[in-house]
Design a protein around this ligand. Structure first.
Ligand code: FES
Length: 62
């Protein structure tokens, strides 16, 4: 699904970015331009980053 319509960034690309070390929406901006248009996607993108990081941590702790 597209998270950032302005820059055509998907949730899959966000997950890949997190796996490459992104922890903040600004990292996505630098990588893909996400959030550099209207900015309305930033909150959802950060939420997806946080969820993916939390899932990774719970997996690592298991
Ligand atoms: S939807 Fe991402 S900058 Fe507009």
């Amino acid at each position: 699904m597209y998270v950032c319509l302005c820059k055509a960034v998907t949730d899959s690309e966000i997950r890949e970015a997190v796996e490459d070390g992104a922890v903040h929406v600004e990292h996505l901006a630098a990588r893909s331009g996400l959030g550099t248009g209207c900015g309305r996607c930033q909150e959802l993108a950060q939420q997806l980053i946080d969820e993916h990081l939390a899932a990774d941590l719970s997996f690592a702790a298991a």
